[in-house]
Design a protein around this ligand. Structure first.
Ligand SMILES: Cc1cc2nc3c(=O)[nH]c(=O)nc-3n(C[C@H](O)[C@H](O)[C@H](O)COP(=O)(O)O)c2cc1C
Length: 300
């Protein structure tokens, strides 16, 4: 009997597959459908205090095995978002509230409202690479990261996940600063750009965006592995997962669960069942009975 259950970031999951923040998750109905299609949990779009429209188009560039996006954190603002969470929660599975802010008091306010909306955990976006004043600008300062994580851990009673950026020199330094979190989520997108050679200008209005999709899997894996080797903490892997063996690689590098973003955008909701079945098949063929038997086994 193959057991796909896992405990990640302080919550119990039926399978290791979670929807990553920012892909089809601004809306409660799409989140509910993704949960019904086999995701064990969803992370919401990152929500801030005020409504933001994001950048003007073009905000996405599609390459062969990657996309580059600079959405600009569009979101309805925390006051308007509770209804979407309630709809997603009808699926009876964990909904994780992703939030972004520039300082600890604002993160705390947003987290408190997410708790009131009934989420199972909070994911701190400390890593968006393309919005001034937020994301990586916050998440690359270890003192600020420590302050935010410790402030939230002191007052919020549900698990706190910290989503980290690959766009830093020393991931272990930032991971240590966030080590009181119930999970470190690695990685957000890699800062990147594309140029339109006919127009002789950058493709994205914001010039810089975040690279995601299969192209970033080796980077994400390396960062998960490095953190697992150096720190004693729970890890959730994300970045370029598009099939079962990608997910298993992350688990063997140390992740207790994984998130899927761009592959859902590209392949549709069936991706969750497809990967779950692929993981089960691999475990059956290899005589592995539980996800726990695979976590971190490749770390030397
Ligand atoms: C269109 C798009 C929007 C995203 N928005 C967010 C966001 O709001 N908050 C966040 O933490 N990450 C956001 N991400 C990053 C993803 O959650 C994920 O970390 C990244 O895309 C790598 O995973 P993937 O290769 O499976 O997409 C976004 C990614 C994409 C492609």
């Amino acid at each position: 009997m193959i057991d796909l259950r896992t405990k990640a970031g302080g919550i119990e999951l039926d399978t290791p597959l979670i929807l990553a923040s920012g892909i089809l998750d601004e809306n409660g109905y799409t989140m509910r459908r993704i949960l019904e299609a086999g995701a064990a949990a969803v992370v919401t779009k990152s929500i801030g205090v005020d409504e933001r429209n994001g950048y003007t188009s073009p905000v996405v560039f599609e390459g062969e095995n990657y996309i580059i996006n600079a959405m600009g954190l569009p979101n309805p603002g925390i006051e308007e978002y509770g209804g979407e969470i309630k709809i997603a929660e009808e699926a009876g599975k964990p909904v994780i509230g992703s939030i972004f802010a520039a300082d600890a008091p604002t993160f705390l306010k947003l987290a408190g409202e997410m708790v009131d909306y009934g989420v199972s955990a909070i994911e701190l976006n400390l890593s968006c690479p393309h919005v001034k004043g937020f994301g990586t600008e916050v998440g690359s300062d270890p003192t600020l990261v420590k302050d935010i994580v410790e402030t939230l851990k002191a007052s919020i009673d549900i698990p706190i996940w910290s989503k980290l950026s690959p766009n830093v020199t020393d991931i272990v330094e930032i991971g240590s600063a966030a080590s009181e979190s119930d999970a470190l989520v690695l990685i957000n997108t890699v800062r990147a750009m594309a140029i339109d050679i006919n127009a002789r200008m950058p493709v994205l209005t914001n010039v810089y965006g975040g690279l995601s999709g299969n192209a970033i899997k080796p980077v994400g894996l390396r960062l998960v592995y490095e953190i697992k080797k150096e720190l004693d903490c729970n890890i959730i892997g994300v970045g370029g997962i598009g099939n079962a063996s990608d997910a298993i690689e992350y688990i063997m590098a140390g992740a207790s669960a994984v998130q899927i973003g761009t592959a859902l955008w590209r392949k549709g909701r069936g991706i969750f069942d497809e990967i779950n079945q692929g993981i089960s098949g691999f475990m059956k063929d290899s005589g592995i009975g539980s996800i726990g038997e695979m976590i971190g086994v490749a770390v030397q």
